[in-house]
Every structure is written in C-alpha cells, then in structure tokens.
Design a protein around this ligand. Structure first.
Ligand code: T1G
Length: 697
C-alpha cells in the first residue's frame, strides 16, 4: 500500500495520504506528498490539487516514533515549501484531527476546507517541542499573533467554528468533504495561489501580547516549550519568512534533544502503554449499559457527572431525599455552567439530566451492571453497604468502592461475592481529574478489573491497575514523603519555603498548600484513629499539624491552616511560625537552616524509594504505572516524566545518596529500599525494568 496515492477527478488531482492509524508524517508520507504534488503540478491536464487523507483523521503530525533516530529526508519544511510553491491551487481537505505537522501541511496549502467536526492544533508543546515546519510562522500570517500564540503555546485543539472565524479555515464542507474541497479548488483555478508565507501579519496589541506571554510563563510551571513557542511566533513579526522558518527549525531541533522533551515523549507513549495491563491481555470487560452510584456528595456527584458526560445512564442512590436533591442540584448546576461557558449546548444539559435516575430506593441498583460506592471513608459504612449490595446487585454486576485507603479485600468479603468487587479510586474533583486507580483485590475476577479499566477509559480517564496496599499507589507515596516535609519544618525549614521550592521544581502546588486545600482535619482524624498503632521507635512528625488543628485551623475551609487566607490570598502567618518554633523547642531540636530545594530533593527521593517498595511488592508491575499515577493525580510535572523517569535522569546513585540522608534524619521507616540499592549496585535504571522484573530482583 503506498503511503500517498494520486487520483483524478476531471481536472482536479487528489493526493490521498493513507498511513494508518493516524496518517503520521513518516518518511514515506513526506516523500509521497512531495512526489504527488510534483507530478500533479507538472501535469498540464491538472488545474488544481486537493490533499486529503484516508482513515479516521487528517495527518496527526510527525511520526513521534521517528524522533531520536537520525532524521531522514525529505524534511517536512522542504516538502511544505515545494507544496506552497506549486503554481496550481492546493486545497487541504481536513477531517478528524489535523495536528502538529499535519496542521502545518494544511497551513502550507493555499486553502483549507474542513469537515464541521474536525479539529486543528499544534500540540508539539505537549511533547516539549515547538512546531518544526512553519506552524509558528504561517499561523500568525493567517490568524494573527494572539491566536497563533494561544494555539502554539497551549497545544489545545481548536474546533471549526473558531478556526473559520480566525481565518484559518476557508470553508466548512457541506456534505461530502472531498467533493466540497474539489469544488472549492475549482473556484481557485486561474487565480494566483494565496501563499500563506506571503501574507502580511495583521497588527497586534503589544501590551496584550506581553500580558499573554507573561501568563503563559506562569502557567508553564517550569516547562520551556510553551514560552519558546510564544516567542517564536513573535519572531515572525520582525523576521522575513525564510529566516523565521530557519530559526524555528533550529529551535525545534534543539528542543528535540532536551530532557524535557524526552520526558514528555516518554509520557505520550506511557499514557497509552499503561492501559495495556500485562496480566489482563485478552480479558474482555463485562458489558455495561447502566451504572449505579451510591452517594451524591462531592465524589459521588463528580463520578456521576463524568459517567453521564460519557453517555452512560446512571442510577444515583442516597439514604435521604434532601441529600439526593442536593446532589441533583450540584450536577445540574455543573452542566448549566458548562452550557454558559459554551462547552455544551442547552439541549445537551437536558440530555444529560435525562440520563439520571435519582432515588432513595437501594433496590433500584438491581438492574445496574456496575455499582460504584462513594460514601464516607468508614469501614463500618462500607460493610453495611457491600453486605446489602452483595444481595441486591444482579449476578455478574461489578461492585466498586471509591475508597482511597480502605482494604478492598475486606470490602469484597462483606459483599459475599469478592470476585465481583474492585476499587475505583477517583480523585477530586472526579469530573475533572484524569486519574482513576483500579484496585484489584486478591479475589477480584480479571474481567471485573478489565471492566473497571474499560469504564475508566470510556469516562475519558486514565485508569491504572494496581493491587491492594495501604493507600494504594498515589496516597501511599504521599503518606511516605509528606512526613519528610513535616520533619524538615521541625528541623529548621518553614512551610512556605518548602512550598515555594516544590512549585519552582514544577509541582502543581506545595504540600502544605495542598494540606490546607484538602483540609488538615483529615490528617488529624487519621493520626487520632491510628495513634494506638503508632510505632514508638518511629519519629513522629504530626506535632505542628496537631497544634495548628488544635486552634481550629483546618485550612482554607476555616480561613486558616498552615497559611492564613485574606481575600482568598494565601499568606504566611506569624502564628504558625511561632507554633513551629515552639514545637522545635519542646522537642529539643536546635533549628538549623534547611533550603527548600534540599527538602524537595529529599521529597523526590522518598517518592522514588516508596515506589521501589511498591514495585518489589508487585502492587504494580511497571515503573510507568507509578509515573502515570503521580502525573495524573498528584500534580507532578509532566516535563519531568514522573518520579521514576526523573530518578533515571538524575542518576539512581544520587537518589540513593539522598535517601540515605533522609534516613539519617527521619530514622526508622525511611531505610533505602532494597530494590533501589540493588539497581544502583547493578547499574540498572527504572527504564530497564520489564513488567514484573522488580519482584524478581
Ligand atoms: N506519531 C506516531 N504514532 C502516533 C502519533 C504520532 N504523531 N499519534 C498517535 N500515534 C499512535 C499512538 O501511539 C497509538 O499507537 C495510535 O497511534 C492511536 O493513537 C513537525 C514535529 C491523533 C488525537 O502530538 O494526539 O508534528 O498505542 O491511542 O485516542 O511540527 O493520537 O495503538 O500502538 O492516541 O484516537 C504532533 C499526537 C507530533 C499528536 C488520536 N502531533 N497524537 O487519538 O488514538 S510532533 C501530536 C494524538 C509534530 C511538527 C512536529 C492522538 C490523536 P498504539 P491514540 P486517539
């Protein structure tokens, strides 16, 4: 099968790209486009050319699998230069997604006709790159600087209504796309081709663009590509096209070699690999047509919204009518806000509401194929619910708990049908956060686990399968590193210094700010609940948090926690500084200066160390499982790839040395993990581990 073939419809030639699954711009496709455009341009019988694609989408970009290998000619900028120089009008026929290099191909055409449902975009920044074939130079010439900066630096997809209004698309096809494109191409015959490179960039508001770039830098949280993409677009306003193109290419080639881009390309493939759970290969999920959700509080409502958004009918069960009404109101207002923001139509609000069945009748769950429990984190309540659910739910229904800590094996036992029971641990807000941890109990049937994965994918989430342990993967790693930060505060650092260092390192939020957001009373209750289980030989690090909670300061919800909140702004509070100094004094600790950056290093090493334990215990089988959890549920920066990808980059010997420092100050429970020590001794990286290797080492 040739990657690009040439057909004719009368005096219009069609160059058809056919490179499944997404028509990526492999070397064969680049060569094919060059040859077909050359042949059609040389053919005197041809008056115009349409560039179209087979399959589900227009070209989805350069072939990411080719990155890191020696680049093969013809290079995309040259192919696009030849296409744009054609003396005959070349029209792109866009369906599906025209992304990255695919969109750049379309930009180099003399016009663009698109299917109404198509989307365009420049997602290179999500790979730590910038467009490398004219995207930053042609897009501002078509749509202006501000739009081009937004699209190139955000990597977002743009729908056709917006693209048409911005001047990127010339026509939205009515009926058959190719016919529409051929017809449009014929209207251009005999006219001089409208070459994008020759267009004059419209004037722009300098102050507005400066502000735009400032905001991009802030949101980038240490990622380089978004800011560089914006600056490269700005270059187009004062460089001639060829210079701008050459400089863009140079920048692109440089970024290709950076650690940030290598990390983000790792993430791109890891997010797809993580869905292929090795031990579930070939296991078919159970069919799901109706889902039940028990509880319509914050989590229950968020889970329900996400299920309904994916088109699944949901039966919501609450104990009391007023709780049910509150839940319904919460969901309705979320959809109405989406409609107000133009994300969905008013009709879609009604359609979503029609998928809801709200009831206080527990037996209504009898016809659900999957039931997700999302009530209080108390085992007694879970026991009551799963005991009843085991009897009410129909045979074969999958029963899932949204618990974030409790033992799925115990919950499965309560149900009397443990093979049907799994965990589906969502993250708040459940209709926004991508991660869902799929917990496989010792007796969970494989197809029940596969069902959790399938439903998670259908909800547009990233399901990661794992075994049972305290806190599963994400919260267990959080529970490991959080005390390291608390101990550093007792030893000499201040919360705001550590938070600042964590955010500078790329974390979405500092640990103490997160505590204030989630509510310090949660940790206080856990410390009280498990106080009798505390190992006296282990250093206790809860004194500062307890002292803060003792003042009724639970964080944002009480207006003060580690910080005080004045008009919604987070501020350092001298009261907390005094508490910290007093705790250190009461513990006989001579406070010493500890840099926030050093604490962040120790936090990262502790994440890696706990992950090593998790891998050795077989809770997950691959390092990428851990990386995907931390990236999609805990604000870990994608441009570092994840804690284990980052550990490989730093060098495991250095991470181990830092972990030894942590152990010196934190004591029992913070010993370096045997796997980490073995890997360093054997010169292995996490990237070298195949599924299950860690358990055998
Ligand atoms: N290169 C190679 N393989 C790709 C690919 C790509 N660009 N895009 C997708 N795949 C594979 C993917 O790994 C998976 O493989 C299969 O296709 C289906 O993908 C010069 C330099 C297009 C929206 O960043 O966003 O152009 O797992 O599961 O959910 O300036 O794929 O089946 O073996 O994601 O329907 C810019 C990346 C590149 C787009 C489809 N382009 N792709 O989503 O399917 S850089 C991108 C996507 C560039 C230029 C620069 C999505 C999609 P497997 P999928 P999907």
């Amino acid at each position: 099968m040739t990657a690009v073939r040439l057909e004719k419809q009368g005096d219009v030639a069609l160059a058809i790209v056919d490179n499944p699954p997404v028509n990526a711009l492999s070397q064969a496709v680049r060569q094919g486009i060059l040859d077909c455009i050359g042949a059609a341009t040389a053919d005197s019988a041809v008056k115009a050319i349409v560039l179209a694609c087979e399959g589900r989408s227009f070209i989805a970009g350069a072939d990411i699998k080719e990155f890191g290998k020696p680049p093969q000619p013809p290079f995309l900028p040259d192919v696009l230069g030849a296409l744009e120089a054609s003396g005959k009008p070349v029209v792109a026929a866009i369906h599906g997604t025209a992304l990255g290099g695919g969109f750049e191909v379309a930009l180099a055409c003399h016009a663009r006709v698109a299917d109404a449902r198509a989307k365009i975009g420049l997602p290179e920044v999500k790979l730590g790159l910038i467009p490398g074939a004219g995207g930053t130079q042609r897009l501002p010439r078509l749509a202006g600087v501000a739009f081009a900066i937004d699209v190139a630096s955000s990597g977002r997809m743009v729908g056709m209504k917006e693209a048409l209004a911005a001047g990127v698309i010339d026509k939205i096809a009515d009926g058959d796309l190719r016919a529409s494109a051929v017809e449009y191409a014929r209207t251009l015959v005999g006219k001089p081709p409208r070459r994008t490179r020759d267009l004059i960039i419209p004037q722009h508001d300098h102050a507005a663009v400066e502000a735009q770039i400032k905001e991009i830098r802030k949101k980038a949280r240490g990622a380089e590509a978004p800011v560089i993409a914006a600056q490269t677009v700005m270059d187009a306003t004062h460089k001639n096209f060829d210079q701008g193109l050459a400089d863009e290419r140079k920048t692109f080639m440089h970024l290709l070699g950076t650690d940030q881009s290598k990390a983000m390309r790792y993430v791109f493939f890891a997010e797809r690999e993580v869905l292929k759970t090795p031990h579930l290969e070939g296991v078919a999920p159970r069919p799901i047509s109706r889902v039940g959700v028990i509880g319509s509080g914050t989590m229950g409502a968020g889970i329900t919204i996400s299920l309904v958004n994916s088109g699944m009918p949901v039966t919501v069960v609450e104990m009391a009518q007023e709780a049910l009404d509150r839940g319904h109101a919460r969901m309705k207002s979320t959809w109405e806000r989406d409609a107000k923001l133009g994300r969905i139509s008013a009709a879609q609000v009604d359609q979503r509401l029609s998928l809801l069945t709200m009831t206080t009748d527990f037996n209504a769950l009898a016809d659900c194929d999957l039931v997700i429990e999302a009530v209080f984190e108390e085992m007694a309540i879970k026991k009551d619910i799963f005991t009843r659910l085991g009897k009410v739910a129909k045979p074969g229904a999958v029963l899932a708990s949204n618990t974030s800590y409790l033992d799925i094996n115990a919950i499965g036992a309560f149900s009397g049908r443990p093979a049907d029971v799994i965990g589906m641990h969502f993250f708040s807000p459940a209709n926004i956060m991508r991660l869902v941890e799929i917990i496989e109990g010792a007796k969970s049937a494989k197809d029940a686990v596969a069902t959790g994965v399938a439903v998670g994918k259908r909800m547009g989430k990233l399901p990661v399968v794992m075994g049972v342990c305290d806190g599963f993967v994400g919260n267990r790693i959080l529970a490991a590193w959080r005390p390291v930060a608390d101990m550093a505060v007792e030893d000499g650092a201040m919360p705001h210094e550590i938070d600042a260092a964590m955010e500078k390192w790329g974390m979405a939020m500092g640990g103490f700010a997160v505590g204030d957001l989630a509510g310090l009373d949660i940790g206080m209750r856990r410390r009280r609940e498990f106080a009798h289980l505390r190992d006296p030989e282990k250093r206790d690090s809860g004194a500062v948090a307890d002292a803060i909670c003792a003042l009724g300061r639970y964080g944002q919800k009480t207006g003060a926690g580690y910080y005080k909140y004045v008009d919604g702004k987070r501020e350092v509070d001298p009261i907390v500084t005094d508490i910290i100094n007093k705790v250190s004094a009461d513990k006989g600790i001579a406070r010493r200066p500890i840099a926030g950056e050093k604490v962040m290093e120790q936090i990262h090493a502790t994440m890696v160390n706990e992950a090593a334990h998790i891998l050795s215990e077989g809770i997950v089988s691959r390092p990428l499982d851990v990386d995907m959890v931390l990236l999609n549920g805990y604000g870990f920066p994608a441009w570092r790839g994840g804690p284990l990808h980052e550990a490989d980059r730093i060098g495991l010997d250095k991470v181990l040395a830092t972990m030894r420092e942590v152990h010196k100050s934190a004591g029992k429970g913070y010993e370096p993990a045997p796997l980490l020590e073995k890997m360093v001794a054997q010169g292995k990286k996490f990237a070298d581990l195949k599924p299950g290797d860690a358990q055998k080492m």
